[in-house]
Write a protein that binds this ligand. Sequence first.
Ligand code: SAM
Length: 345
Amino acid sequence: MNKLVEKLYQNQALAKDELIELINCDKDTQEELRALAEKVRYENYGNNIFIRGLIEFTNYCKQDCYYCGIRKSNLHCNRYRLSFEQIMECCKDGYSLGFRTFVLQGGEDPYFTDDKICEIVNAMKKTYPDCAITLSLGEKSKESYKRFFDCGADRYLLRHETANKAHFEKLHPPKQTYESRMKCLEYLKEIGYQVGCGFMVGSPYQTVENLAEDLLFIKKINPQMVGIGPFIHHCDTDFKDFPDGELDVTLKLLSIIRLMIPKVLLPATTALATIDLIGREKGIKAGANVVMPNLSPVSVRKDYSLYDNKVCTGEESAECRNCLERRINSIGCKIVTDRGDSKNI
Ligand code: SAM
């Protein structure tokens, strides 16, 4: 077996230059990485794949991330907000389909004040006390994060996007700072959320060295979840001419993360499914153990357009759920109806 794969498996850590070498590895080594990552996923979570019901409740956003299709400067974006009743309807559908985690994700939309978010979280928790609530609302003050947590939010997803400050500044306008993103992640941890960080693979200006820095950063903050997926261009952003992230690099990174943090929750993302017809299945075979199908009403799905050609925008939740089940069973795994809390505590 490749020495670095062996070392990573034994020590759950590698030095930066070793990580760079591993990210650049050939097909044979990638297969060794994959097989070990699959074994470690199995040892920690069996063949269980956790499903999270994603509710993309608003695509209004005050931020202007250069890569993102719902950034405020995109005047072609058809903006929408779900009402309180629509959000609760998504949960109702999701609950009956076996979802026990709801992920409320959206742009940074000032319309949804802290009071409104608390009202939604309170209602979700009261109606579905056996479910976990994950928020993914971007950067907020520590006080806001604490209020949501006190209302019953269990988890928070905030990708760090890149652990390299100079790279962060190439992906965001000056008013969105690296320091602020890092502070937010710190607050979330301090408050007691199960935290998810992550990054895009192949984002513009990213180097292999940056990817190694991302891995070291993730190892250091030891999150409960890590969301990674390929960067995919969006035709109405400044990054429209940049190439999309590569499948194999994404798969290698999933495997490395599984070996670095064996008990982490690792989604096979929609972006991965978008760049490859069986991207999700390949992600699971590479060590992922979470999928996050969409519960939003079909009428708005196409408008939550972070990148071009996003898959699964046309099917009803039940269809998505059944399709996923077939796909997951086809690779010897099974969907579980469970909150699916992280064992990395
Ligand atoms: N506003 C919240 C936030 O910033 O965390 C949640 C929504 S944001 C759109 C969710 C994630 O989408 C971002 O963290 C980013 O990594 C990802 N994303 C945005 N544009 C993308 C693109 N063009 N390709 C792939 N992923 C993208």
